[in-house]
Design a protein around this ligand. Structure first.
Ligand SMILES: Cc1ncc(COP(=O)(O)O)c(C=O)c1O
Length: 424
């Protein structure tokens, strides 16, 4: 019988239950010493002096925007291809998001487009190291230095990624990370901020520590939800549960996966769950997870290499482009394919659940950001598919997926080279 593969595979520590139980036994589920230990270990891992934890990555970003004391109404440049929540937090902080186009080969902020978007009102730029690949930080820092634009790196996807040997997050004035379930380090939610100037980080800490502690019920529910996500993404369970539902939905041309995504909406006032501190049990999981991070990244990279080797030379297909000097962590493995929607349907029928747009083309979200000039490269980039390469797949399954996908793509009518070039 066919075993279907889920698009998502959270990174879960073998000893999670024991860590949670230890925190419970010590009465340290919510408050405890692991929070500071985790912040210090994270900072050491990235190569900076300190870090501050927060309820979400987006909230760490919000604290940074405020700590940088940017003038109200100032313009913050972001890539048009990013998670909608990030520009929305810019608005929540009383600033104005301005979108610049991306490089469709890397999916990251295009330095030329960034430079063109600068006006006398520009106060900051947010290079997002999308899908686990560093932005061109050499070019971005050179441009940002001239009119003195603050640089806040969005490292939500990219813990472990490097640019010319240096960890992402260490180039700009500040950076933030996410520890949401699917991220490189999964602590069942949470985030962290770092900043070059200790005074700015102190202002971030003051905001984070002024929030109330979450209650136990909320934290327990978060842990339970994380466990459920883990169970449902296992191939045997996925094959018997979500997979048949996805197949039926495909026949009806329905998109049940939209229910997995966070509803696009204004975030002001901020939801209650944002306004709370990062709990000790999640920090304890993070602390242990940091020890495993390199092994997880190595497994994910090995799976990405399997896909590259199997698919990269097929006509009309573009495997992820990794510029020289960048070390990709493949939070997502993005592939351009001919006839994307047909490919996604065929892949699902052959047991591979493929994602189509993991983030958003924010210039199309007029309900939040109003009418915006179109960003053609972000729109092109949104046509790539994301194949599963996550660490828990294992080499055997990664090879089986590569074989299935290769067969599907080989049998598809090829795009002409001109059509491929017009897309990339
Ligand atoms: C590119 C990007 N930035 C920021 C975030 C925000 O992270 P969090 O969900 O921890 O707030 C996400 C979350 O998925 C993201 O994809």
């Amino acid at each position: 019988m066919l075993t279907a593969i889920c698009r998502y595979g959270p990174r879960v520590l073998a000893g999670t239950k024991a860590i949670v139980q230890r925190c419970r036994d010590r009465g340290e589920l919510i408050q405890g010493p692991d929070i500071r230990r985790f912040e210090r270990a994270l900072a050491a891992r990235i190569g900076v002096a300190d870090a501050v934890s927060a309820s979400y990555g987006r909230v760490a970003f919000y604290y940074l925007l405020r700590a940088l004391r940017l003038p109200e109404g100032g313009e913050v440049i972001l890539p048009a291809l990013t998670f909608w929540v990030v520009p929305e937090m810019v608005r929540v902080a009383g600033l104005k998001p301005v979108f610049a186009d991306v490089d469709p080969r890397t999916f990251n902020l295009d330095p030329v487009a960034f430079e063109r978007a600068i006006t006398p009102r520009t106060v900051a730029v947010v290079p997002t190291h999308l899908y686990g690949l560093s932005c061109d930080m050499g070019a971005i820092m050179a441009i940002a230095d001239r009119p003195r634009v603050k640089v806040i790196e969005d490292c939500a996807h990219s813990l472990g990624a490097r640019y010319h040997g240096r960890h992402v997050g260490t180039f700009g004035d500040a950076a933030f990370f996410s520890f949401q379930t699917l991220k490189p380090l999964n602590t069942y939610g949470g985030g962290a901020a770092i900043a070059r100037d200790p005074a700015i980080l102190a202002r971030v800490r003051a905001q984070a520590e002024a929030e109330p502690w979450p209650n136990e019920e909320r934290v327990n529910n978060r842990l339970k939800l994380g466990a459920a996500q883990r169970i449902f993404s296992r191939p045997a369970v996925f094959t018997m549960t979500a997979y048949p539902a996805l197949l039926i939905a495909m026949l009806w041309k329905a998109r049940p996966d939209v229910y997995l995504w966070e509803k696009i909406r204004p975030l002001s006032p901020m939801p209650d769950s944002y306004r709370e501190r990062y709990p000790n049990v999640q920090a304890a999981i993070g602390l242990a997870g940091l020890e495993r991070l390199d092994a997880w990244t190595a497994q994910t990279r090995a799976h990405a290499r399997i896909m590259d080797d199997a698919l990269g030379s097929l006509p009309g297909v573009r495997a992820p482009f990794v510029p020289e000097g960048c070390e990709h962590v493949y939070y997502q493995y993005c592939l351009y394919t001919p006839d994307r929607d047909r490919f996604v349907r065929r892949a699902l029928r052959h047991g591979v659940d493929v994602e189509t747009l993991h983030v958003d083309v924010c210039t199309e979200l007029t309900s939040l950001f109003g009418e915006q000039p179109r960003k053609p490269h972000a729109e092109q980039a949104s046509q790539a598919v994301q194949l599963p390469v996550y660490a828990s797949l294992g080499e055997r399954r990664a090879r089986a997926i590569a074989r299935r996908i290769r067969r599907l793509l080989r049998d598809a009518p090829p795009l002409t080279e001109a059509a491929v070039n017009s897309r990339c």
